[in-house]
Design a protein around this ligand. Structure first.
Ligand code: FAD
Ligand code: MLT
Ligand code: ZN
Length: 485
């Protein structure tokens, strides 16, 4: 039986005249205009496309998808193109159409009693947060890329970020969706319900499906009260084991007021301060690791400060933290956050790296880092682990960079040639700790085959049946998430 992927049989390229006529300025076909849509943020994938369509309503999205279905053209949905797995980049067949949601920018409704907001897919995460803020509410999803990534992309990747510890990932913040299906119909699922047990959960199928099942055009999302105060602190620690002891201490002391708990190795700080010299090291003495903590307090800034000071004192007494600093102003808090948020960009400026987005049970993080570091260092002498991420969720970006004297272009291909072997060591360790090889970035093209390697046949077969049922022509973002065939 032909698979969904293989049914998009190659024929001559279709004429885009009817699309051009309908969409006029909203259909890009000039090579120079297409260029930014054909490469991913990390510049690891380069694709080709017939055109980029930029519809500005759900009906127009549906019309584009119907045209693609009729002509067996692959649809590659794209939001802010900040994804880390190459999932929004078309393949190099030239038979895809990039469907940019960037013009779907409406805020359709805000309900401060239901604590929900309904927004269109192309709103950036920062715009959604600002719209919630204007209504006196908090939309808590928060990523370093929030100025560029879109809410449609966040839902399609089930994004995580720095507040999952308290509020959950994109899936947990989503109440309802509007979706254009693979045959160009519109599913009106914008329900604002906390409880709805009426059969299979279609919303949860589309969330995290990376554009392979349908196009998200709008979403209804959960809102929360805004905290009275948010305070940031940083602690210098010996290793991830000590960071975990600090997490336990912090959670016992402040409970759900702890809204962020992020880990960074010293190399992260070194890269950020090197590439962004306006930013300074947080402590006079460097330490092997740093933890960035945030508490959100419903009482007052004074209360939040007192809570943090007491917590940091206990951390010192317990011998968990070498050094601590509590931000005393908004500027200081932003400076501490910048050290964390600039790690990806600093690493990108350093040269190509091998990226991992792993999760293991939180309690296993220390052992995972220790064992995997030892295995990799023994097999690939000189390589450097750039370890950072969302320790409070058991999710680390366990990235691997070449030795310091081999970061140049000359050694790039040689280093990237190690990727399969480095992935094998790292991902085998993840699986040994009963973890996941993609915690928040998704599979896209980058981890598609790695994931298939570790999932059971039963799980792969179920995923393929879902794909077949929702996208029988195999036109939705082919080659992503599931291996072809
Ligand atoms: P894109 O990159 O455009 O697309 C990503 C995927 O979603 C593709 O499969 C695409 O086809 C699909 N898609 C996009 N829009 C739609 C739609 N409307 N309907 C259906 N499918 C769609 N991610 C995290 O999870 N946590 C982080 O902390 C984090 N930090 C980051 C920091 C930096 C500096 C950068 C560059 C990225 C970071 N990311 C992080 C990754 C990225 O920002 C997220 O994956 C984000 O959710 C992608 O949104 P986007 O709009 O850019 O999607
Ligand atoms: C982050 O947490 O900063 C991101 O997920 C980005 C990255 O992994 O590079
Ligand atoms: Zn992350």
């Amino acid at each position: 039986m032909a698979s969904a992927e293989s049914r998009a049989a190659p024929t001559a390229l279709p004429d885009t005249a009817s699309l051009r006529q309908r969409f006029r300025g909203r259909l890009l076909t000039e090579p120079a205009d297409l260029e930014p849509f054909l490469v991913d943020w990390r510049r690891r994938y380069f694709g080709r496309a017939i055109a980029v369509a930029m519809p500005d309503s759900t009906d127009e999205v549906a019309a584009v998808v119907r045209w693609c279905a009729e002509h067996r053209v692959a649809v590659v949905p794209q939001g802010g193109n900040t994804g880390m797995s190459g999932a929004a980049t078309p393949d190099d067949s030239g038979r895809s159409l990039v469907l940019s949601l960037a013009r779907l920018k409406g805020v359709r409704a805000v309900d401060t009693v239901n604590n929900s907001i309904t927004v269109e897919a192309g709103c950036t995460l920062a715009e959604v947060r600002a719209a919630a803020g204007s209504a006196g509410r908090l939309f808590p999803l928060s990523l370093p890329s929030e100025g560029s990534c879109t809410i449609g992309g966040n839902l399609a990747t089930n994004a995580g970020g720095v507040a999952v510890l308290r509020y959950g990932n994109a899936r947990e913040l989503c109440l309802g969706l509007e979706v254009v299906t693979a045959d160009g119909e519109i599913w009106h699922g914008l329900r604002g319900l906390r409880k709805d047990n009426t059969g299979y959960d279609l919303r949860d199928l589309f969330v995290g499906s990376e554009g392979t099942l349908g196009v998200i055009t709008a979403a209804t999302l959960k809102l929360y009260p805004q905290p009275a105060a948010q305070i940031t602190a940083m602690a210098a620690v010996d290793d991830p084991h000590a960071a975990l002891r600090l997490l336990e201490l912090a959670q016992s002391a402040v409970g759900s007021s702890l809204t962020a708990f992020e880990l960074m190795s010293d190399l992260c700080i070194e890269l950020v301060t090197k590439h962004f010299p306006d930013h300074r090291r947080p402590f006079a003495q460097p330490a092997p690791y740093y933890v960035l903590l945030e508490i959100s307090d419903s009482e007052s800034e004074q209360h939040a400060n007192a809570t943090f000071e007491a917590l940091m004192e206990r951390a010192h007494e317990a011998g968990v933290a070498r050094d601590t600093v509590v931000a005393t102003s908004g500027a200081q808090s932003r400076a501490l956050w910048a050290l964390r948020e600039l790690v990806s960009e600093a690493q990108a400026l350093t040269g190509k790296n091998i990226k991992h987005d792993i999760s293991v049970p939180i309690s296993s993080i220390g052992d995972f880092v220790e064992r995997t570091n030892a295995q990799l260092e023994q097999r690939f002498p000189g390589i450097r682990m750039v370890v950072f991420g969302h320790l409070g969720d058991g999710n680390l970006h366990y990235n691997v960079s070449p030795p310091a004297d081999r970061c140049d272009r000359e050694h790039e291909a040689e280093f990237l040639g190690l990727q399969p072997a480095i992935n094998r060591v790292t991902h085998d360790a993840v699986v040994a700790f009963e973890g996941s090889i993609s915690a928040e970035h998704g599979l896209g093209q980058l981890r598609r085959d790695e994931s298939a390697r570790y999932k059971s046949q039963v799980e792969m077969a179920l995923m393929r049946r879902v794909k077949q049922a929702l996208d029988p022509l195999g036109i939705m973002n082919p080659g992503k998430v599931l291996p072809p065939g």
